[in-house]
Design a protein around this ligand. Structure first.
Ligand SMILES: [Zn+2]
Length: 1100
């Protein structure tokens, strides 16, 4: 021990008796006078007496800054066996927070020394041991290093031997168990104690069932639970047959504890079971011991008593973990549709997908059950720290990459073909008067495309065999245009239903035009049907749609229903009612006992439906074409429903580890009966919605090589209100490619002589769909040179959307932008006069048409191809990037670039931008001040948006450049094209938690408003950048930014608050329950085994 120095603190009266004594003791210590043990003992006893009897003295010794504690500790080493001391210490420590002072002064180490010394006496003094352990039990939880100190000092064995010799001496056993409980929270200790037979020892204490010594039992179970976190110990317990012992004990307690006084013991047993089932042999033993039925039945009996919830939750966790992994009901997880690429790049994702040797099962891993990390960690490693590092791992730290560099890398010769898309920059308006006649739709690609191929529409619009006619429509039932309808159509005498003519309600909608558009749309499955919602159109409802409040216990009850499948297998129908993989799909049995499903229309996605119970269906989504995963988007039709019953739907192959369906988001439903009654709209619907990890195994082929992963279930329940209805369900408001073409065509109607609107076809997609490019600005005021010059010199704004097909909200925002830009408001007029807009409204038409969620037909995420797009495989990206390169080459790089996206895991609308400075701040790289000179202009636009757009949230925005995003549009346009204001704008799929729409789910009206407000913000930006004094502009911008200056936001995905009901997605072997084990108070968890889901964070 270091020589402690006695300091007389300010404010402590120096004449205090206790301080005098301390001074005396200190002198004895420093002068090595402690040989005079008796003397030291006397002084110490006096001090302790004072501390005990006078509150003031206690404070003086224990106060922070006083070294009184150290002085006493130093002398303790010598006079350790003084029994009196411990009585005294005990009472001192009894006063609560002083334990912390004791620990901080090194008290724990001294106690262990005393313990070791005392243990060498034979026989050791029982009373001393009792007191020492009581003291250690108090100190342990307050000392983070308690476990390590215990092991290094050799105290573990002392305690264990003491216990072995005193198994029946409950008075001594209790404090020993309390100390053991703290020892065991250290993973290395747990392994070492296990080797020493402590697991078996604990079972001697906890079994058989007895209500004697319940407090002892409780502590023993806690210690055992901690020990069983070690896999080696868990295996030892399984080998000794302890799993069935634990189950039998649990059942005994469940039956006998009728007044629920011993909840903690019951919980302790479950925690042991939970930890032992973290290993495969443990789960096997659990199943063999009939654990599922025991826990299921006991939990069901607990359900009526709310206070027993912790038991039900832990039981449910164990059952989910042990639930045998099922196979998805598919032959392959490769998409049900295949698109033959003109060239399959060797080593690319498609080659990998289709070059698997025949017979390889990609649905489950063959050796799925064999994996299990065998050994326990034998060093103290701080998993937590590792996790913290990974949060920042993705930040770009290469300063070379951080500095935007215009690297066009292509010659003007190559780029000049793109001049044709910028006629406005060369137009002289002298020759051509009729500007409507411009037709720049020459293809960049070859001619003779299949674009003109018309699709034969086979299925007329039929409502359960009843033909429909639009009210006020020209009487042209689209069905009759098709020529394929049978006599059935005409035979429905007097049964003609009239449907609203939504063309009257929606300026850009026209059902007949929609059908024309569909006919020219190329889809891989060659869709021949049109979904009613796309035909009728969607009129945003006027009522509010609040976020769904989560009902307590909903996830648990759904999981219990899932577990029942195993408990009562005879109740399960397992009847396939829809299957895209069967040529005769849909599989329909006309007995009225099953719902009918359909997804074979543009943007549809549903691969398979299995009726599991009378009113419950498992649904499987289709992978993106030429891939084996990426599904999330769904859009399908249901008919044949009964009224007055609740149907449960489970989408069983979801991939993401969390979803806004757990945070208030509902699915969208469109009822045709409602539509024909005058309410043609998608509405948020569904109850009992939740999202959780299920028991369907996910192949390592589809999970990035990770074995043992599961899928997630998204479940919702529905009560249908109409008989003979046809209803549609979707992940979000559908917006098909044909809808876009219809909207673009109708936009022409909004053109006035003052508006310059040009629609070009940028290129053709892989399957032959055109990729539209729009140019919108104001016509020059006159043909005068000045006006033409002003016209040509307007700054460019470049917008794009829908590179990710599942993010339909991006299209609705884009619709809002386009309608605003074509509008007649004074703001729109000013905006057109201020800028030239270049817009690619749908970067991934093929993905949209074919119901993909994320990819194009090349099986790749197009927003990861911007660094090096391939003209053949990523034509839309290649040509869009070329347009930007052309602009950069001609010194016309846009003022703003923004790519519209949707975000599935966060609320509100927000932006990602690129800032060197904010990226550097977030990382640890050192940068010179010149590196950090940056115009703050990138913050202006989002800041304006946060002021004018109610759904927009600056707090959710981020300007950090991530490594994983280096091939996205935002980063490439910023770095290579040199656009400082290069953004991704993310709109929530769910709703808002701030602003005017707080607590509401987002609808198309709000999304379209967002698109319009984006335009208004550009106008304000123009006013700011229009100020020619650049410094003044900077001031203004920093002014705007002022309130926010210190916050750079690098937000992680999981930013949702937790619920009352612990949402537990994880039922896998290594994952731990989210709830902390509170019984130990502030127990130190030295080895947190939590696994983090290493999914990417925000995605653009
Ligand atoms: Zn996206």
């Amino acid at each position: 021990m270091n020589k402690p120095k006695m300091a007389t603190e300010k404010g402590v009266p120096s004449n205090s008796r206790v301080l005098m004594l301390l001074g005396q003791l200190e002198r004895m210590n420093s002068e090595s006078m402690l040989r005079d043990v008796e003397m030291a003992r006397q002084v110490t006893t006096k001090i302790l007496h004072l501390i005990q009897t006078q509150e003031k003295s206690g404070k003086e010794v224990m106060s922070k800054g006083s070294s009184g504690m150290e002085v006493i500790l130093a002398s303790l080493e010598v006079i350790s066996l003084q029994l009196m001391l411990f009585y005294s210490w005990f009472s001192v420590l009894g006063r609560g927070r002083r334990v912390g002072v004791f620990v901080s002064k090194g008290g724990t180490g001294i106690l262990f020394q005393i313990l070791i010394t005392a243990s060498k006496e034979f026989p050791p003094s029982e009373e001393l041991m009792l007191q020492l352990h009581s003291l250690l039990a108090k100190v342990g939880p307050k000392d983070r290093k308690f476990g390590v100190k215990a092991r290094l000092s050799g105290a573990l064995n002392v305690t264990v031997n003491l216990m072995k010799q005193n198994l029946l001496n409950t008075k001594l056993l209790l404090p020993c168990l309390q100390v053991l409980r703290v020892y065991s929270t250290n993973s290395v200790n747990a392994v070492s104690l296990g080797k020493n037979g402590v697991v078996e020892l604990m079972f001697k204490i906890v079994a058989p069932y007895s209500k004697k010594n319940t407090s002892l039992l409780k502590v023993a179970l806690d210690a055992l639970g901690a020990l069983l976190k070690s896999k080696t110990n868990a295996r030892r317990a399984v080998d000794r047959g302890f799993v069935s012992v634990l189950l039998a004990l649990y059942l005994d307690w469940h039956r006998n504890d009728t007044r629920h006084r011993h909840m903690l013991i019951r919980k302790g047993l479950l925690v042991c079971l939970r930890n032992v089932t973290n290993i495969k042999v443990g789960r096997k033993a659990f199943l063999e011991a009939d654990g599922m039925r025991i826990l299921y039945n006991s939990s069901t009996e607990c359900l009526p008593v709310r206070t027993l919830d912790p038991l039900i939750n832990t039981s449910s966790l164990i059952m989910r973990k042990c639930f045998p992994k099922n196979r998805l009901p598919l032959a392959t997880i490769k998409s049900a549709f295949h698109f033959q690429l003109p060239n399959v790049p060797a080593g690319g994702p498609v080659a990998q997908l289709y070059n698997q040797p025949p017979g390889v099962d990609d649905v489950v891993d063959e050796s799925d059950d064999n994996e299990e990390p065998e050994a326990d960690a034998d060093t103290e490693n701080d998993e937590d720290e590792k996790d913290h590092c990974s949060l920042n791992d993705d930040i770009e730290t290469d300063l070379n990459k951080l500095h935007p560099k215009r690297t066009i890398g292509r010659s003007y010769e190559e780029l000049k073909v793109y001049q044709r898309f910028f006629l406005e920059l060369t137009e002289d308006f002298q020759v051509k008067d009729n500007l409507k006649a411009e037709d720049g739709s020459e293809r960049v690609k070859q001619e003779g495309s299949p674009l003109n191929t018309t699709r034969h529409i086979q299925s007329p619009l039929l409502l359960g065999g009843i033909p429909t006619r639009r009210v006020g429509g020209g009487g042209s039932n689209w069905g009759s245009d098709c020529g394929s309808e049978g006599g059935e159509d005409e035979s429905g005498e007097g049964a003609v239903l009239e449907v609203p003519d939504t063309a009257q309600l929606l300026p850009l909608h026209d059902p007949d035009l929609y059908v024309e558009m569909v006919k020219a749309t190329c889809s891989v499955p060659q869709y021949a049907e049109v979904a009613y919602p796309d035909y009728f159109g969607h009129v945003a409802p006027t009522f509010k749609e609040p976020l769904l409040e989560r009902v307590y216990g909903v996830q648990r009850s759904k999981i219990f229903q899932d577990i029942e499948r195993l408990i009562h297998p005879n109740d399960i129908l397992d009847k396939v009612v829809y299957d895209l993989d069967i040529p005769s799909c849909p599989v329909i049995e006309e007995n009225g006992e099953s719902l009918k499903f359909n997804s074979q229309f543009e943007s549809g996605n549903l691969r398979k439906a299995v009726q599991v119970r009378k009113y419950e269906y498992d649904l499987v989504l289709n992978s993106d074409i030429n891939s084996n995963h990426y599904h999330q988007w769904f859009y399908f039709e249901v008919s044949g429903m009964r009224v007055g019953t609740t149907y449960r739907f489970n989408i069983i192959n979801c991939e993401k580890s969390n979803s806004q369906f757990n945070y208030g988001m509902q699915v969208l439903m469109y009822s045709v009966q409602e539509a024909i009654s005058g309410r043609p709209c998608w509405v948020r619907t569904g109850t009992d919605i939740c999202y959780y990890k299920n028991h369907f195994a996910r192949s390592s082929i589809a999970s990035g090589g990770q074995k043992g992963k599961s899928y997630y279930t998204m479940t919702f329940s529905i009560n249908f209100s109409h008989k003979d209805d046809v209803c549609y369900f979707a992940y979000h408001y559908p917006y098909t490619y044909s809808t876009l073409k219809m909207h673009l065509s109708k936009l022409e109607d909004l053109r006035t002589p003052q508006i310059y609107l040009r629609q070009d076809e940028l290129c053709e997609t892989l399957s032959g769909n055109g990729c539209p490019l729009l140019t919108i600005t104001a016509m020059p005021e006159s043909k005068s040179n000045d006006h033409i010059c002003q016209f040509r010199n307007r700054p460019l704004i470049f917008l794009s959307a829908r590179v990710h097909p599942g993010e339909t909200n991006a299209s609705w925002v884009m619709k809002g932008t386009l309608e605003f830009l074509m509008g007649s408001s004074p703001l729109a007029v000013s905006l057109r006069e201020a800028y030239i807009f270049k817009i690619v409204p749908m970067l991934n038409p093929d993905g949209v048409v074919n119901g993909n969620h994320r990819c194009s037909l090349s099986g790749e995420d197009l927003n990861r191809q911007w660094l090096n797009p391939n003209p053949e495989h990523h034509p839309t990206i290649y040509h869009t990037k070329s347009l930007l390169q052309y602009l950069a080459y001609t010194q016309r790089a846009p003022l703003v670039f923004c790519d519209y996206h949707g975000h599935s895991r966060k609320k509100n609308v927000f932006m990602y931008g690129c800032s060197v400075k904010e990226t550097v701040w977030q990382s640890n790289i050192s940068a010179s001040s010149s590196d950090l000179q940056e115009d703050l202009g990138y913050r202006t636009l989002p800041k304006i948006l946060s002021q004018i757009a109610p759904a927009f949230s600056m707090a959710s925005s981020s300007f950090v450049v991530e490594r994983s995003k280096e091939s996205t549009a935002r980063v490439v346009v910023w770095r290579e094209i040199g656009v400082q204001r290069s953004y991704t704008m993310e709109s929530t799929l769910c709703g808002c938690d701030q602003g005017k729409y707080k607590g509401l789910q987002i609808g198309t009206r709000e999304l379209e408003e967002m698109g319009a407000q984006f335009c208004v913000a550009l106008l304000r930006l123009k006013r700011l950048t229009g100020l020619h004094n650049h410094q003044h502009l900077l001031d203004l911008e920093s002014d705007i930014i002022g309130t926010h200056s210190c916050t750079t936001t690098y937000l992680l995905e999981e930013d949702e608050p937790s619920f009352l009901e612990a949402i537990d997605y994880s039922a896998e072997s290594n994952d731990e329950e989210a709830e902390p084990e509170n019984e130990l108070g502030c127990e130190v968890q030295e080895n947190s085994e939590q696994l983090s889901d290493s999914e990417t964070n925000h995605r653009d």
